[in-house]
Design a binder for this molecule. Structure first.
Ligand code: RFL
Ligand code: PHB
Length: 400
């Protein structure tokens, strides 16, 4: 049995766990990151693409700016398509200069792993049988097996950053937290295609056959999604069928349509909303998808994960400086307030842009009126733009 001692045990090497480790390192706080998958698996997972201004600012301010400033695609607006027309929402004019950046989640993860390796602090991949104990007391423990050997990690705190299927959330007794949930009766079929993006900006489209989204990853790669059934069988979707559905739902009367190309990745993602409160039990803190899930329509999940750990790192730094627990108590309240703002926006975007089988002709017309209002009222566009580009994060600069 190997015994390790650290200040903060971090479960999960997704964006939340890796960014938390990175920020703590800058504050001179020791951590060990424990991940059950391999390094290649973690890097190659295709997921988010839209980074809020504050996420990008944080990366740059903490020494992770080199590649994102070179390769990230800065966008000053998004387009909303319905009734055969595209309407643009301009971010800088509506938000005092804020923008978003397209940079794949796997690139963020790659940059964070590189930074972790440079820091020399432990990042342990392929750990199995991870479990948590003594969370209510002052010395929580993480147990896991690596290379066939049992390990025990003794910590001051544990950060559960292990996503929606991790072990951290289920380690909290059911009567200590409240879970709020909502499932949606549809999913997204997503593809990555070797095709130059046909627009400089994302296009969110509501079509009578359902939602579709045009996005991108690089000047050579287009990322596209279309609304499908939650139990959709991917085998029933040939490449030709995917393209004809995407072109139908995204094409507009001015002749615009996405470029087509070889499909290099396909997947179906379910849609749900979930929040656990409080995001702390004893010495366990939850952050990122371990504490909340948003439907991807608002592009908020990764950004919320980063916002959580910026707040958590700042709370832990205050605790180690002052030995006062007040900052730790504040973490869940502040994080949950942001989470609920993002839940509201993600729910609204999802409802505004997806069709339900049960929708009546009234529902369909009301949905168009909602979008018409969005693109014709400066107040509505301002509210949308503020939510989409996101707010500021907890301060993480200054001397440790
Ligand atoms: P992650 O990324 O799921 O990482 C959790 C990590 O924990 C590991 N793990 C364990 N490790 C040790 N022991 C255990 N028992 C463990 N169990 C699990 C996992 O292997 C994993 O490495 O959670 P994190 O860090 O909270 O990050 C959250 C984001 O990944 C997620 O919110 C976003 O991907 C959501 N999302 C989007 N977010 C955005 O901000 N903008 C977007 O444009 C956007 N688009 C998307 C998305 C998610 C999507 N899918 C596939 C769900 C588009 C899609 C299609
Ligand atoms: C993506 O590029 O993967 C993407 C963009 C916007 C979203 C969700 C996902 O709302």
């Amino acid at each position: 049995m190997q015994m390790i001692r650290t200040q903060v045990g971090i479960i999960g090497a997704g964006p939340a766990g890796l960014m938390l480790g990175h920020l703590l390192d800058r504050f001179g706080i020791d951590s060990v990151i424990i991940e059950d998958r391999s390094r290649d698996y973690v890097i190659e997972r295709v997921r988010a693409g839209v980074l809020e201004q504050a996420t990008v600012d944080l990366m740059i301010a903490t020494g992770l700016g080199e590649r994102i400033q070179r390769e990230g695609m800065r966008h000053e607006g998004v387009q909303i398509a319905f009734g055969g027309r595209r309407h643009r929402i301009d971010f800088p004019t509506l938000t005092g200069g804020r923008t978003i950046t397209i940079y794949g989640q796997n690139e963020v993860v790659r940059d964070l792993i590189d930074a972790r390796l440079r820091s020399g602090r432990p990042l342990l991949f392929e750990c199995s049988d991870v479990s948590l104990a003594d969370l209510a007391g002052p010395r929580p423990v993480v147990r896991f097996v690596r290379d066939g050997q049992p390990h025990t990690l003794q910590c001051d705190f544990v950060a559960g950053c292990d996503g929606s299927h991790g072990i951290s959330r289920p380690s909290i007794p059911l009567d200590q937290v409240r879970t709020y949930e909502r499932a949606y009766p549809f999913a997204w079929l997503g593809i990555l295609a070797e095709a130059a993006p046909a627009s400089d900006e994302l296009v969110y489209s509501l079509h009578e056959r359902g939602f579709a989204l045009f996005s991108m990853r690089s000047p050579q790669l287009t990322r596209l999604y279309l609304q499908c059934a939650p139990d959709e069988n991917l085998d029933a979707w040939t490449d030709d069928r995917i393209w004809s559905e995407l072109l139908l739902r995204l094409g507009t009367d001015d002749g615009w349509r996405p470029n087509t190309g070889r499909i290099v990745q396909k997947s179906v993602t379910g849609m749900r909303s979930m929040v656990v409160e409080p995001m702390r039990w004893g010495r366990l803190f939850l952050a990122g998808d371990a504490a909340h899930i948003v439907p991807p329509t608002g592009a908020k999940g990764l950004n919320l994960a980063i916002a959580d750990v910026a707040a958590l790192a700042s709370s832990l730094r205050s605790f180690y400086r002052t030995e006062n627990e007040r900052s730790l108590d504040q973490y869940s309240k502040d994080a949950a307030a942001r989470v609920w703002r993002a839940q509201r926006f993600s729910w609204w975007m999802t409802s505004a842009l997806h069709r339900l089988d049960a929708d009546s002709s009234f529902d369909a017309r009301r949905q168009l009126a909602d979008l018409e209002h969005l693109v014709s009222s400066r107040a509505a566009m301002t509210s949308f733009a503020e939510s989409y580009v996101g707010g500021p994060l907890a301060p993480v600069d200054g001397e440790p």
